[in-house]
Design a protein around this ligand. Sequence first.
Ligand SMILES: *[C@@H]1O[C@H](CO)[C@@H](O)[C@H](O)[C@H]1NC(C)=O
Ligand SMILES: *[C@@H]1O[C@H](CO)[C@@H](O)[C@H](O)[C@H]1NC(C)=O
Length: 384
Amino acid sequence: MAESTQSTHATQTARSSWRSGLLLSAAVTVLVALLLVHFDDFDAAPYSSDELAKKPVFDVPRTNPRVLHGSEKIGEGRLSGPEDIVFDPKLGVVYTSCGDGWIKRVSVNDSVVEDWVNTGGRPLGLALGYSGEIYVADAFKGILKISEDGEIEALTDEAEGVKFGTPDGVVVAKSGVLYFTDASWKYDLHDFALDILEGRPYGRLISYDLFTRQTKVVARDLYYANGVEMSPEQEFVIFCETPMMRCSRYYIQGEKEGSVDVFIDRLPGTPDNIRYDGEGHYWIAIAIEHTFEWDLARKYPYVRKVMGFLEKYWKRPSVEKNAGAVVVDLDGNLMERYYDPELKFVTTGIKIGEHLYLGSLMKPFITRLNLTRYAATAPPSTNP
Ligand SMILES: *[C@@H]1O[C@H](CO)[C@@H](O)[C@H](O)[C@H]1NC(C)=O
Ligand SMILES: *[C@@H]1O[C@H](CO)[C@@H](O)[C@H](O)[C@H]1NC(C)=O
């Protein structure tokens, strides 16, 4: 009896010292982690209170919150991370930019995939030229021109003596000028998340004149300058700033030439590419829905510093959901939203005929949805 009491006592002592040892090592681990984060050179900047006051708008007149229901997978297994999509009506194909350097062509009528040209880099934004050529914003190779027969020509890879960090979106004006974004002159594509977490404006909107071959920065200090699109009358170029959840206009002619104003802000998430559909609407891809966590991160730079540390040395926590695309009219009014809880990193939404095509950095296919059949609808009225 006495012996067993003693041994129980011994076990308890061993347990409690083991427990305090565990607590101590946990405390040391947390302390070391905090010091490592604290002394890491990654340093996030505060957002202005004006920016923080702008809350995203989720109240969209018409929605389809289950885009994957009824959608098809186009080119499954043959397309790796099809980031951007551009339509060539003359050939009846879409061009899409893939993670393995390929620009692939997919026929719209029967979805046949053709390996077209490999840039040797990571093509992102694509634009169809006026003679069937394709312009490419390649994250690693700069701005490229690819002739109709697949000849690659490098056009430009720096402005004002600063090499492009992440060429991202491109569009071509009838005047023969390309407008494109350098999302971040500081970070390359592998580190895009660090740019966004750091919260400083390293993005630029740049022009390249195809006749004079001059490269010019036309708007600077942009927050991760991403997709670009030309307005139907060619009076301005719209560009999206991903972490600011907004798209702005840069005027290329008329009274406002050279100035910038906001086209739409308070988007329900982070915008990527933007496409005009020829029918009065822009389609803006939403890569990540705005979340409560991201709201906190925007508010507290230290949260972004910790996230940056995790990003650098460990991995990114996966909180992304409800990616898709929004439809915006010519005056910048949010009309429709297409999304799905299972969609992440949607980078392009483009309407071709009666279909919506969605490109994504992560998926091995293009998602296609019949818009006639699965159109966004108004929510049922709550006050009958
Ligand atoms: C698709 O279009 C191509 C090129 O226009 C044509 O050669 C082909 O026959 C078409 N296929 C179908 C199934 O319509
Ligand atoms: C799209 O859906 C509509 C309505 O269900 C249908 O009439 C049409 O044939 C479909 N289009 C295609 C290309 O499947």
